[in-house]
Design a binder for this molecule. Structure first.
Ligand SMILES: [Zn+2]
Ligand SMILES: [Zn+2]
Length: 145
């Protein structure tokens, strides 16, 4: 029994969803080395077991938060993971400190959890999710970005 109704999705979204359901090789979703550049305030770098390398800056990761609330919010507004919310006009002139993690903790062996400076901390960033949103040229081309 399926609970899914009919959904109309754009070609880009359909392509993205196909990719999301594609199996990842175990080595592709297993980090060999994880560098969290919290002190430098830059971002996260992962060397994967299959030799691939990924890097994301913290602002991107915050905007790619995989928690249900952020995910739904992105779906509603059609934003891709990592894309910032459009700012309210009245806030344009206000300075906003770039979001950074106050704490980064491993979750079991499968994910990272960030406690962000804006107070948000419900996202669990699994290795698999991170590998799927890799920002290197090759992966971006595959993602059609
Ligand atoms: Zn979130
Ligand atoms: Zn990549």
């Amino acid at each position: 029994m399926s609970h899914e109704g009919i959904r109309i999705v754009s070609a880009e979204q359909a392509k993205r969803e196909d990719m999301e359901h594609e199996e990842l090789a175990a080595d592709a979703a297993t980090p060999k080395k994880v560098r969290v550049k919290k002190t430098e305030g830059t971002g996260v770098e992962i060397d994967w077991k299959d030799g691939h390398q990924s890097a994301w800056n913290f602002a991107w990761l915050r905007n790619a938060c995989p928690c249900a609330t952020c995910h739904e919010d992105r779906e509603k507004t059609g934003r891709l993971p990592g894309v910032a919310k459009p700012k309210e006009k009245t806030l344009l002139t206000m300075y906003e400190a770039p979001v950074k993690p106050l704490e980064v903790t491993p979750v079991g062996k499968y994910a990272l959890k960030f406690k962000w400076s804006d107070g948000h901390e419900s996202g669990i960033y699994s290795w698999e999710y991170l590998r799927r949103v890799c920002r290197c040229d090759d992966c971006m081309t595959k993602q059609g970005l």
